[in-house]
Every structure is written in structure tokens, then in C-alpha cells.
Design a protein around this ligand. Structure first.
Ligand SMILES: C[S@@+](CC[C@H](N)C(=O)[O-])C[C@H]1O[C@@H](n2cnc3c(N)ncnc32)[C@H](O)[C@@H]1O
Length: 227
């Protein structure tokens, strides 16, 4: 099933492929980006929770995990990450509470902190409305052109969007991402596009939550183009 957007006329979410074909991706999001939402949100929330439990994205406690939510839509991945961090925090508070009632209990690890940067050329309004935060306007092409210079992220999450990157700029976009992000997680209802070592990424793991594929890659280029 394709990602879902409710166009202004209220037609079924599954019509997005047709809308892409009729209007083109750019025109579709230019006209409908402000009202974008993804009906697979629950699966994204579960997928992100599993993703965050699967790897140590930041090796230093107390330092926020720097995340790039690439092609952020109306904040599906951002909100899923924030849900995960809140759940972790709650769990740790409960554990701390339980420890206080036990003699000799160990000190709890600090809850995870997040520093999320989101970007999308078409859905900044929807992102702001839903998350209360501003998103950058960076497109895949902007990333290919070097807009991440001087920035570094522990993790880039690209949910339901990497297949929209034009094949002509996919290689350099992935290469740039690999230079600025330690890890890449691609969430998608299918396995496209292929992300390979020549793009600067080594496959680390893959799993599925219902129909959502999650592919996780470790950077082979980390730090190369950071200035
Ligand atoms: C199916 S939505 C996914 C949004 C969100 N990440 C999610 O999980 O629901 C695809 C997103 O890709 C964005 N997009 C389309 N073309 C893009 C481009 N050239 N560069 C960056 N983002 C783009 C759209 O604005 C839209 O938010």
C-alpha cells in the first residue's frame, strides 16, 4: 500500500500514486503538502520504538541524540521519536521509584534526550501545526548540493519518502547524508530505493512492522564532508 495523503477533495489515501502520476510529486506536495498526514502513523510509531531500541545511536548518556527527520511530512517520525523518548522517561521514573523502595538499588541511566532537526520543502506548515516546531525547507537536491555542511547527526530517519528522491540525485544525496549522519533509517511500505556501499552506507539491520519495512544503515563516510 502506498503512503497515504488526503488530498483536498477528500479522496481515499490510496489515490496518492495516481495523484503522483497525474500531477507529479512536486506539484502534488506543492498543492497538498500543507494538509499532509500519514494514515500509517501507528505502524510508524511502533517501527520507530523498535528502531530506537535496536541500536545505541548515542554512546554518551546526557547528550541528546541528534536526529535529522528528512522529508518530515507533518512530523510523523518526529512525533514517534518524541513518544519513544517520553515512554523511556516514564519507564525510568517508575524504575527509580521502585528502586527507592529497595535497599542497595543501582542508579538508573538517564532518559534519552533528542535534538531533532526536520526538513521538507513542501510540508513546513503541516509540520509546524502538528509538532509546534519549525522545519527547514531542505529538499533532497539541497542535501545533494551540500546544505548539511557544518552539521552532524547521529541518525537520519527518512520515512515514506526516500523513493521520491529523483534517481539523478539519489547517489549524491545518500553520499552527502553518509558524510553527515552516523546512521540512516529508511521506513517505507516497500524496499525502494536500494541503499548500497557505493552510496556510503553499510546495511546494519532490517525488520518489518506490519507493512512498514525498516532498513537501518551505518555510515561508511562519517565525517568526510562535514565542513
Ligand atoms: C509520503 S510523504 C512522507 C512524510 C513523512 N515522512 C511520513 O512518514 O509520513 C513524502 C514526503 O516527501 C516530501 N518530498 C517530496 N519531494 C521531496 C523532495 N524533492 N525533497 C525532500 N522531500 C520531498 C513531501 O513533501 C512529503 O512530506
Amino acid at each position: 500500500m502506498p503512503p497515504s495523503v488526503r488530498p483536498a477533495n477528500g479522496s481515499a489515501a490510496s489515490g496518492i500514486r495516481g495523484a503522483y502520476e497525474t500531477l507529479g510529486v512536486q506539484a502534488f506536495y506543492q498543492t497538498h503538502g500543507h494538509e499532509y498526514s500519514n494514515p500509517h502513523n501507528d505502524q510508524i510509531v511502533r517501527a520507530v520504538a523498535l528502531l530506537m531500541a535496536s541500536q545505541q545511536f548515542s554512546k554518551q548518556p546526557n547528550i541528546p541524540i541528534r536526529v535529522l527527520d528528512l522529508a518530515c511530512g507533518s512530523g510523523e517520525a518526529t512525533l514517534a521519536l518524541q513518544d519513544w523518548a517520553s515512554a523511556q522517561q516514564q519507564q525510568q521514573q517508575q524504575q527509580q521509584h521502585a528502586r527507592r523502595h529497595r535497599a542497595g538499588g543501582s542508579v538508573a541511566a538517564p532518559p534519552p534526550l533528542l535534538d531533532i532537526t526536520a526538513c521538507d520543502p513542501y510540508t513546513q506548515q503541516a509540520y509546524q501545526q502538528r509538532t509546534g516546531s519549525a522545519a527547514q525547507s531542505w529538499s533532497f537536491q539541497d542535501i545533494a548540493d551540500g546544505c548539511l555542511a557544518g552539521r552532524a547527526f547521529d541518525l537520519c530517519v527518512c520515512s515514506f519518502a526516500l523513493h521520491l528522491c529523483d534517481p539523478s540525485c539519489l547517489f549524491i544525496t545518500l553520499y552527502q547524508l553518509a558524510s553527515h549522519c552516523r546512521w540512516l533509517a529508511v521506513l517505507s511500505p516497500h524496499k525502494q530505493p536500494a541503499v548500497r556501499a557505493e552510496h556510503g552506507w553499510a546495511a546494519a539491520q532490517a525488520f518489518k512492522v506490519e507493512r512498514v519495512h525498516v532498513r537501518v544503515y551505518r555510515s561508511l563516510n562519517w565525517g568526510q564532508l562535514q565542513d
